[in-house]
Design a protein around this ligand. Structure first.
Ligand code: NAI
Length: 701
């Protein structure tokens, strides 16, 4: 019975679960709560222990095991990471979707590691939590795959700040299993012996719930809603009835590391624990399940971006060549140290030391992301060097070296990543320009040219990426770093930290960013947009003969004026205006609004929005039933990489989507996310729900 490696990357779900206050209380009892914590077990003013989240998606988690085809007699829970985005309500419906992201091979003795990642939404429309589970297939190792990357939490060498004792009852698993995990290993003595244990063992997630209570009681007593992240590794089985102790060290504001030991044997049963807490920010931007590449991330601005991305859940490739300010030399230390820092905060990162200035370097940086994390969602082109000289002293090697790192580097790294992003239909790219390029700076002709070149690169690839939801923007930072130590006045250096630039870069790298092709200045709490603006100018002559030099000079006031200037989204629009100058008297202002404003218009536009590349092997019929004054029935047949849309009801639809006209338009125009529409009941799907998810891939409305 071999592992199913094809399961990697395949979507699992949506899996739904209805729950009521009784499920919340049953879970709390299962993880040891009682009269001392009445808020967890009494329906009056009930609160949810956040670790309930993982128990509540047990059905989804079981698909990770079954889809990967793990040998059940060797299966164990290896690691668990839970990131809470919004407090968990005491009742409702949870909808979970995810995938198996990795299957690692730690050899025949240690087994295989199967990593599953998921996102869960509540029926109130809110995204509640992200869960990353690692299952151990003890009998599935040795299939010749890559071993799992190592990541260890550093525990301080001092006594813990808190120690919490607990005594799970000898019958604890019998109660805990009623929350969903009814696996025989925790109840059936014969099965337990077959799996190599003396008797049924505690559920790792049951001990996890005990530890979660201990952490909340120690760090945010009475406020379970302040838990932001709970991560740990299950290192040893625990028999029911053995006493446990959770040891907690506060490491920085709002963060602690922890482990739980078996007090009878002194063995660590849960280790590598991380607990983050604080107010849950509304609509927090997260990158869970996403992979970011940051070039030049061993120091300065890039390091700040990498740390913030990792804190928010991204897996990060920290690229840095490690040379000196002028690009000579090289070392692995800067990238390694940034990776260590990310790991000590509980994040995931790998180092890469390639030079962005070569095509092989760029390819290898993206290969590092694909090898370590399977994909790439974000590229931040940040690596940079300086070789300042006044223009007449600017020798070709100094010109070339700077162009190579900044402009050619952005090309070498972004191009291989763009191929991956196009295929997956998602990507965010951030270029780094400079005020020296946008406005000019004495002695930086090479740097200014390279930095403005990156703006030109953005202007074109923003168009090529648009259909694939790849957004490309540019930041012009102002920050204290080794590049600016002799440019910025020394008294300013302390006040211009890279952390003041990072927020806008993180936003531009996120799925919330809808902008593309924009340039932003950022630094010292100040943010603004810079753009190429074109004035209305003058049309001179009759269009039949070239105008004279003098006629141009006479009209120079108009030609020079930026009054009523505008930005053009692409060449065609600007050239189109020039070509039409004699047929159209004045520049037309674009109409306000935009987007599709009626349901029939959506179906008219649908065939044009169809992406045949995404339809290989797809054979489906989508039936739409849209209610309301603007509604009606339409169906769409996708077969042989072609799409036909017609009004009326199809006799054999694969799935039927039902929605109100206004909700449908909000969804099409992007203000109502499809997942939210579904979980809130605004979108009802009958028939093959999984196939309905192809719609987003097949049509770029
Ligand atoms: P920094 O020198 O601290 O960081 C740049 C990093 O890029 C260094 O760690 C360096 O080792 C790495 N790097 C250089 N060449 C590389 C190559 N060929 N391959 C891989 N890595 C390489 O400087 P800072 O200020 O953090 O600069 C980041 C970016 O921001 C640069 O592109 C810079 O031009 C730009 N910038 C910075 C401004 C500021 O005020 N700090 C102003 C305007 C732009």
């Amino acid at each position: 019975m071999a592992l199913n490696l094809d399961a990697i990357g395949k979507k699992i779900g949506p899996v739904t679960k209805d729950y009521s206050w009784k499920d919340v209380v049953l879970y709390a009892l299962g993880v040891g709560a009682g009269f001392d914590e009445l808020e967890y077990v009494y329906e009056k003013d009930l609160k949810v222990i956040p670790s309930f989240a993982v128990a509540a998606i047990f059905e989804f988690l079981s698909y990770i095991g079954s889809n990967a085809n793990i040998d059940l007699s060797g299966i164990l829970h290896g690691e668990q990471d839970l990131i809470v985005h919004n407090p968990i309500p005491t009742e409702g419906t949870l909808t979970t979707e995810g995938t198996i992201s990795h299957i690692y091979d730690n050899g025949k003795k240690k087994g295989a590691l199967i990593v599953g990642e998921s996102e869960t939404y509540h029926s109130n429309g809110q995204k509640l939590f992200t869960a990353v589970i690692t299952l151990v297939g003890r009998k599935d190792g040795g299939f010749g795959g890559e071993p799992a990357p190592k990541s260890e939490v550093n525990f301080p060498e001092r006594a813990p700040d808190f120690e919490v004792d607990a005594h799970p009852a000898p019958d604890q698993p019998l109660l805990y299993r009623l929350s969903g995990d009814v696996f025989q290993l925790h109840v059936d003595p014969e099965f337990a012996r077959m799996a190599g244990f003396e008797q049924p063992i505690m559920h790792g997630l049951c001990t996890h719930g005990f530890a979660c209570r201990a952490l909340i009681n120690s760090l945010v007593p009475g406020e379970p809603e302040k838990l932001r992240r709970l991560k740990c590794r299950f290192s040893k089985a625990l028999y029911p009835g053995d006493p446990i102790k959770t040891r907690i060290w506060k490491t920085e504001d709002n963060q602690a590391v922890w482990k739980t030991i078996n007090t009878r044997t002194d063995e660590e049963i849960i280790t590598n624990g991380i607990f983050e807490y604080g107010e849950v920010p509304k609509d927090e931007i997260r990158f869970d399940g996403q992979v970011a590449v940051v070039t030049g991330a061993g120091g300065g601005l890039g390091r700040a971006y990498a740390l913030e991305l990792a804190k928010r859940g991204a897996k990060v490739v920290v690229n840095d060549f490690g040379g000196s300010r002028d690009g000579t030399g090289g070392a692995s230390t800067p990238a390694d140290e940034a990776v260590k820092e990310i790991e000590s905060l509980g994040g995931e990162a790998v180092a890469n030391y390639d030079n962005v200035a070569t095509p092989e370097g760029g390819e290898n940086i993206i290969k590092t992301a694909l090898d370590a994390f399977g994909t790439v969602d974000i590229v931040i082109n940040n690596a940079g060097i300086l070789r300042d000289k006044s223009f007449t002293k600017m020798e070709p090697e100094n010109w070339q070296a700077v162009i190579d790192v900044h402009l050619n580097g952005a090309y070498h790294v972004t191009r291989p990543a763009f191929k991956v992003m196009r295929e997956k239909g998602y990507g965010r790219v951030v270029m780094t320009t400079s005020a020296a390029g946008l406005y000019g700076n004495f002695g930086q002709s090479n740097y200014s040219a390279a930095k403005m070149g990156m703006v030109g690169l953005m202007n074109t690839i923003k168009l090529e990426g648009k259909k694939h939801d790849i957004r490309v923007n540019t930041v012009a930072p102002l920050a204290a770093s080794r590049l600016t130590e002799d440019v910025l006045p020394p008294d300013l250096l302390d006040k211009v930290k890279p952390e003041y630039v990072a927020p806008i870069v993180i936003y531009l790298a996120s799925n919330r960013c809808k902008e593309t092709g924009c340039i932003y200045n950022a630094g010292m709490n100040s943010f603004n947009r810079a753009a190429v603006v074109t004035g209305p100018g003058a049309t001179i002559g009759d269009g039949e003969n070239p105008p004279s030099v003098e006629a141009v000079m006479d009209e120079f006031g108009k030609i020079d004026s930026l009054k009523n200037g505008r930005e053009y989204p692409e060449l065609n629009e600007q050239v189109g205006e020039v070509i039409n100058a004699f047929s159209k008297p004045a520049r037309q202002e674009p109409e306000a609004g935009g987007g599709l404003t009626s349901v029939p218009a959506v179906f008219e536009a649908m065939e044009n929005a169809f992406d045949p590349d995404a339809a290989k092997g797809v054979d489906v019929v989508f039936q739409y039933h849209i209610s309301g004054d603007d509604g009606g029935d339409w169906h769409c047949v996708v077969k042989d990489e072609k799409c036909q849309v017609a009004s009326g009801v199809h006799e054999k639809p694969t799935c039927t989507l039902k929605m109100k006209d206004s909700d449908f338009l909000s969804m099409i125009n992007g203000t109502l996310p499809a997942m939210q529409a579904y979980t809130s009941g605004k979108l009802k799907i009958e028939g093959d729900i999984m196939k309905s998810q192809l719609i987003e891939k097949l049509f770029k409305m």
